[in-house]
Ligand binder design. Structure first.
Ligand SMILES: [Zn+2]
Length: 70
């Protein structure tokens, strides 16, 4: 499953495998070569995009059992 992420530096959209995206993971833009650690509000936005993508892909409802930490 690939998630399009818009680079905050150059504004180009690139696709990254969802499996590689986690809090603290490094996002590397193939266009401008910037590397960013996913945390804070950028990670919050990506996390929300991943959730939306999973819902769109019709994932197994209720099987994840992952409760929000807060
Ligand atoms: Zn970039």
């Amino acid at each position: 499953m690939m998630l399009p992420i818009t680079c905050p530096l150059c504004g180009r959209e690139s696709e990254f495998p969802v499996e590689a995206l986690a809090e603290g993971a490094v996002f590397a833009c193939p266009v401008c070569k910037v590397t960013l650690t996913l945390h804070g509000h950028m990670w919050e936005e990506i996390k929300a995009d991943i959730e939306r993508l999973k819902e769109k892909e019709g994932g197994r409802p209720g099987s994840a059992g992952e409760a929000p930490g807060v």
